[in-house]
Write a protein that binds this ligand. Structure first.
Ligand SMILES: Cc1cc2nc3c(=O)[nH]c(=O)nc-3n(C[C@H](O)[C@H](O)[C@H](O)COP(=O)(O)OP(=O)(O)OC[C@H]3O[C@@H](n4cnc5c(N)ncnc54)[C@H](O)[C@@H]3O)c2cc1C
Length: 529
């Protein structure tokens, strides 16, 4: 409902309309009015691009312990066991629920069909419409949200800062497309703003992935976790003029080979992502590139049926993956770190919650197991809703309707307009990318300090707000990467190329500099300022 001035009031405020935000909104709607604020059209988010699928232990030869073991192994010694257990054990129920709400997962002979991806010990990656899994999951959630009266969606509204009142987060400010600023007050606020791949020059992420929630939380005083851990996907399409379209790991799962310019296979195609990504970077750096994906030995009909979007996109840029080699490059893909939360999405600030890629639960440790993040959005989105309701019960008479629906369909853009952004992305790719070292990170941190000192305190449009957030998020990543003098999972330091037990923990960035916290409970339950 509208206030007298430019202030809206709602019971629950959800920032972001991806998997985590929408799943939370559906859960919250039974307990009060929900306003979903999203900065583009509601369907524009990372899952719209997610092709591989969603990892879930529902196959006949699978069980949750095997999924847990694979998740823990991928995380290189610092997965928080309780968070990972929640993920794998609650996952099947969240998937069944989503299917009941209309998500059409692919079947073969009447049963769900599971494919296999890198570092999974079983075929456990469920997919939808061939290679449009994330898109289909968001579609089902959006349909459900649109059918739910208590949920209102405010599109093209870019939240810029959190409002903190009497020591708790009380809502946010957002800018609409015309640059008009509005405040929203709520009993509980969820950050479900997704990833931050746009910090880097090479990324698979869409333009909305500028780390806004993480930056807003940090400015409001919330702790961040493990920001140095960024997963680089080994195989983004590398054709001149084409976006870094992701060639899913499932393509290698189906048997595609990686070859260098001499036609040699040079790595285990199904090894962990960081290993494959660095192997490709090494071939390129040492003059044995460009590296290509070779599908020519696979059944063409199966490739076309299984990967229709990948085939269509490659063809649009003049390459037919069924017969032609597909040039690929590593690209920033997923941020394991985020706003530090307990097992129920509670941040260190009262009234503030985070779920999905924006959150740092420790569930992925130092490296995410492929296809665990769509499941993470569902499981922790649902958990966030439960905690928000439990922590701020609503008197019956105050339950109200949200603000009116506003779902205009418009194109999206990255809004960088030749600002500081390109420079930032280039520098971060060089110093904070696949291989890092102390000197490069310290230089980057100094440069970021200078830029952050002159960034506007109250940006007037989305592009300026995103630029400020990218600077803040890049700074947090660089601080974590500089602090962690070892190599672990996705974080590779050429000056400290091995894991070091002294760093076997999570990096908590709170107030001043980073410090190491316990692997199992990075944020103890109820540890709030
Ligand atoms: C190309 C690609 C392929 C992938 N494939 C897979 C896969 O096969 N399997 C898998 O498990 N994972 C995959 N992932 C990762 C997965 O898609 C994401 O980790 C996951 O979707 C994150 O969900 P989320 O709900 O946290 O955020 P998102 O789904 O990214 O949603 C973020 C939302 O927040 C909004 N937003 C951002 N900033 C603001 C702001 N300031 N104000 C208001 N709204 C804001 C965005 O517009 C968006 O609606 C893939 C990612 C990419 C990029």
């Amino acid at each position: 409902m509208n206030g007298a001035d430019d202030t809206l009031r709602t019971d629950f405020l959800v920032l972001g309309s991806g998997i985590a935000g929408l799943r939370a909104a559906v859960g919250l709607a039974r307990h009060g009015a929900v306003l979903v604020v999203t900065k583009d059209q509601p369907s524009e988010s990372n899952p719209g691009y997610a092709q591989g699928g969603v990892a879930v232990a529902m196959g006949a030869d699978d069980d949750t312990q095997l999924h847990l073991d694979d998740t823990v192994r991928a995380g290189a010694g610092i997965v928080s066991g309780a968070a990972a257990r929640a993920l794998v054990e609650e996952g099947p129920e969240r998937i069944r629920e989503l299917a009941a709400w209309g998500a059409r997962f692919d079947r073969e002979d009447g049963r769900y069909h599971f494919t296999r991806e890198g570092a999974h010990s079983r075929h456990r990656v469920l997919h939808a419409l061939g290679d449009a899994t994330g898109w289909e999951m968001v579609r089902a959630l959006l349909d459900k949200a649109h059918r739910t009266e208590a949920i209102a969606v405010r599109s093209f509204a870019c939240s810029t800062d959190l409002l903190v009142r009497d020591g708790r987060v009380a809502g946010c400010r957002f800018l609409d497309e015309a640059g008009k600023e509005t405040s929203v007050l709520a009993r509980a606020t969820l950050l479900a703003t997704g990833g931050a791949g746009r910090v880097f020059a090479e990324t698979t992420n869409p333009p909305v992935a500028t780390g806004d929630g993480v930056a807003m939380a940090r400015r409001a005083g919330a702790a961040l976790l493990d920001m140095e851990f960024v997963q680089f996907h080994p195989t983004a399409l590398a054709l001149p003029g084409a976006p870094r379209f992701l060639i899913s790991e499932a393509v290698r799962g189906e048997g595609a080979y990686l070859r260098n310019a001499a036609g040699e296979r040079f790595t285990d195609e199904l090894a962990a992502r960081d290993q494959v990504a660095r192997a490709i970077a090494r071939e390129n750096r040492e003059g044995r590139g460009p590296v290509v994906l070779d599908l020519s030995h696979l059944d063409p009909e199966r490739v076309r049926a299984r990967f229709p979007r990948i085939v269509a996109t490659c063809r649009r840029y003049g390459v037919d993956p069924v017969s032609d080699p597909v040039p690929v490059t590593p690209a920033a893909h997923y941020v394991m770190g985020g706003v530090a939360t307990d097992l129920h999405a509670r941040s260190t600030l009262r009234g503030l919650y985070a779920a999905g890629e924006a959150a740092g639960t420790g569930v992925h440790g130092a490296n995410r197991l492929a296809s665990n993040s769509l499941l993470e959005g569902l499981v922790f989105g649902a958990r966030a809703a439960e905690a928000m309701v439990r922590d701020s019960p609503l008197p019956e008479r105050e339950r109200g309707r949200g603000e009116g629906q506003d779902n205009r369909e418009m194109g999206s853009g990255d809004g960088s307009r030749g600002s500081i952004r390109e420079d930032l992305q280039r520098r971060c790719w060089a110093a904070l990318g696949l291989e890092r070292d102390g000197a490069g990170l310290a230089d980057l941190e100094r440069w970021l300090d200078g830029c952050r000192a002159t960034a506007p305190a109250r940006p007037r449009d989305r592009a300026a707000a995103e630029d400020r957030n990218l600077l803040d998020v890049a700074w947090a990543m660089a601080a974590g990467a500089l602090f962690r003098e070892e190599s672990r999972g996705s974080h590779y330091r050429t000056d400290f190329p091995r894991p070091d037990d002294r760093f076997r923990g999570h990096t908590l960035l709170e107030g001043g500099g980073p410090r190491l916290v316990d692997v199992e409970t990075p944020i103890p339950e109820g540890a709030r300022c």
